[in-house]
Ligand binder design. Structure first.
Ligand SMILES: [Zn+2]
Ligand SMILES: [Zn+2]
Length: 349
């Protein structure tokens, strides 16, 4: 009898522990990893470099595609080169509406048409949107043929997506979409990208937050600040920090904030982080800088030391460096250079 009581107590205790452990935390599993599928630098000869970003995040039993690159054909080729199965995804996250992050969506939908796609909710955006019809002023004195919807509008006006039939779920504000997995929604205030909404992916593991960022247009510091609200321990940041055209003092400020203010444990920068920022981060983080060029798989299991290329800068051999620079210069995808030119030379207005 006593033994049965102990067993019951143990069962109750075990279920309590399970509940506590699963509340807002995602367990990392031994095979957890982030694989870079699209970027303009990397050492994997089987993959094609291009300006843009995409990563496959396998963590907490989930397979998440974060962004889809700049060109559907290159994205498809890179996916095949890494033998990634896109028919078996839990969901897709599109960080923002810039084409270097979403142009591969056509390919994703061609192999997995019903996959859930989280995207930022923007007014009249390409991912679709909606507004209550009360937003516009009415004038009852007009005849019906001069009135919108003959004077009888639907309660909600729906605006179409560029991908008809896709299973979009639009995110307006920071939301925990699955226990332990949060989409951070912020709006850029930078010249050239004002009012651009961007989603970042924060996975709260027992070892801290794994934060995946697309282009960081709202500012990497603001994104990390939002991630710290999920869990003050930031284990890793992967993706574009958007300092590709920033001057040294801005880079130094951002690097110091990540290292000293937010005490970020590891960084794996890519995409629009920028070459001088790679250098500054490498100097600041040492062996906590993880190389994340195209084709890299970053292990995220509970003990992650094996297989990681710690402390390395990007493989900036001459070919690779030339490609990254050419692709970064090809356009001013962020409007930063244009904004700076206008500031220093207002006559261009
Ligand atoms: Zn962008
Ligand atoms: Zn970008």
């Amino acid at each position: 009898m006593k033994f049965v009581a102990i067993l019951r107590f143990a069962a109750v205790l075990a279920s309590f522990v399970t509940v506590v452990a699963s509340a807002g935390r995602a367990a990392t599993e031994p095979n957890s990893q982030v694989t870079i599928l699209y970027d303009a630098f990397g050492a994997d000869a089987a993959m094609k470099k291009d300006w843009g970003f995409s990563a496959l995040v396998e963590i907490a039993g989930k397979r998440i595609l974060f962004d889809t690159g700049n060109d559907a054909d290159i994205f498809a080729a890179n996916v095949k080169a890494k033998s990634v199965d896109l028919t078996n995804l839990d969901f897709v996250v599109l960080s923002h509406r810039h084409s270097d992050h979403m142009a591969g969506l056509n390919y994703v939908l061609s192999v997995n048409p019903t996959v859930k796609v989280y995207a930022p909710k923007e007014g009249f955006g390409i991912y679709g949107s909606s507004l209550p019809s009360s937003f516009y002023r009415k004038d009852d004195s007009l005849p019906p043929q001069m009135r919108y919807y003959d004077g009888k509008p639907p309660e909600v006006l729906k605006f179409g997506a560029a991908w008809r039939g896709a299973n979009f779920e639009l995110i307006d504000k920071t939301t925990e979409i699955v226990p332990g997995i949060t989409l951070i929604a912020l709006v850029s205030d930078a010249p050239g990208t004002k009012e651009l909404k961007e989603l970042s992916l924060a996975i709260n593991t027992v070892e801290g937050v794994v934060l995946v960022v697309g282009c960081s247009h709202p500012g990497i510091e603001r994104i990390v600040e939002a991630a710290v609200a999920v869990n003050p321990k930031i284990r890793l940041i992967v993706g574009g920090f958007h300092l590709v055209a920033a001057p040294d003092d801005i880079i130094a400020k951002a690097v110091a904030a990540l290292k000293d203010t937010f005490k970020v444990e590891n960084v794996a920068p890519g995409h629009c982080t920028g070459e001088p920022t790679f250098t500054a981060l490498k100097q600041a983080f040492g062996n906590r800088y993880l190389y994340a060029g195209l084709g890299t798989s970053l292990p995220l299991g509970p003990s992650t030391s094996a297989g990681e290329r710690r402390g390395e800068g990007p493989v900036l051999q001459q070919d690779d460096l030339t490609t990254y620079r050419r692709l970064a210069r090809r356009e001013d995808p962020f409007g930063v250079l244009q904004a700076r030119n206008l500031r220093s030379n207002p006559s261009q207005l």
